[in-house]
Design a protein around this ligand. Sequence first.
Ligand code: SDX
Length: 432
Amino acid sequence: MSEETATLGMNGADDGAEMPVLSGSLGPKVVDIRKLYAETGHFTYDPGFTSTASCESRITYIDGDEGILLHRGYAIDELAENSDFMEVCYLLLNGELPNRAQKDKFVWDITHHTMVHEQLAQFYRGFRRDAHPMAVMVGVVGALSAFYHDSTDIDDPYQRMVASYRLIAKMPTIAAWAYKFTIGQPFMYPRNDLSYAEDFLHMMFAVPCEEYKVRPVLSQAMDRILILHADHEQNASTSTVRSAGSSGANPFACIAAGIASLWGPAHGGANEAVLNMLGEIGDVDNIPRTLERAKDPDDPFRLMGFGHRVYKNYDPRAKVMQATCHEVLNELGVKDEPLLRLAMELEGIALNDPYFVDRKLYPNVDFYSGITLRAMGFPTSMFTVIFALARTVGWVAQWNEMIEDPSQKICRPRQLYTGLDARKFVPMHQRD
Ligand code: SDX
């Protein structure tokens, strides 16, 4: 694979470990440290894995300095402009865009797996009505492994494909029902005559009492939002899915773990946190105080929707999301939406503030997605649910790639131990 090597000399000694340097097709080379501990007795130390490649992957490539995001080589803005979510799902899973026959079969297969076992509906009734929909998602998706035993053998490629299709197909139904349950409305069943995005909007907002027509601009915006959130290399939730899957856990449990990780406000929960933050700011006059708090190292407050672990340039998804946001607000006649105006003011001020400029903190995909989803009628509590719905295909594609990777091992990092050395047990009567 590579003739290049790196030598780790301890304290300048020239007899350190020699390790291969591996080159990918794009992006940074990696120092293969798999033999480091055996040869030196040392671990590496990299909290948050900011400098660590956890795997080899062919699915998504990100160049954070150039603001590049490729899915199987295709740029995100080209996919958002010219493709649709079903095509992107096929691409992420199979590595190539489908031809007409392949697409028709894939869409038919997904469409005909959107129903869930009728008993699954009982799980919702175990939650309080005011439960956060993400709590419901974690519980119900994890419960799928109790219903679909015929697709949990991870060593059977056919069963992996069936589980993958089931997860992609059933997520809109499970997500929409999580919303319907919290507002006390009846569950709407999926409809095979609607597209994936149309069907989700229909299950979200239709009621049995009257016909509900999905507006094309909204279903197109929904489809684009799903594309923009489909996959993103080894982010926190994808790494969680890979880690869970590395133990041989079934795919439904792994995706439930991914949903749990995505829920955090530093990750997928940011779109909900952006709206809550804009609501707290309330008025343009309060922006300076907000930025002061975000810059204060002693204040845990962060400017939600800004910054990224990888992008030190504009998040390419944010550009597309901003355009989609304006399209939706214009279509709905709310282009003067106060929160959008506040968001634009905040963006303009922050991008001229040396703190953000010096740290290359730009708006990320979550900055505009929340405003768009709110305008479309989604409650903020559903924003991260929609992120999870979209990211399911990325998690599933990465999970399959991990299972098929011959070099894959159980995920088991080590540590830098700073605790106490061995000491004698102290019986109760001798304790202070
Ligand atoms: C997603 O990984 C992915 O790919 C995630 C995601 C995906 O598709 O899966 O892209 C989706 O999670 C997008 C990110 C959504 N999160 C938010 O919008 C929450 C707000 N952002 C921050 O919490 C933060 O930017 C993170 C968590 C996203 C990144 O954190 P890092 O890696 O610690 O950021 P950094 O190392 O670049 O920080 C550099 C400096 C630090 O200050 P100093 O130590 O230099 O003084 O910038 C500061 C940070 O404290 N900083 C911020 C900030 N983000 C970083 N200061 C104020 N507000 C912020 N938003």
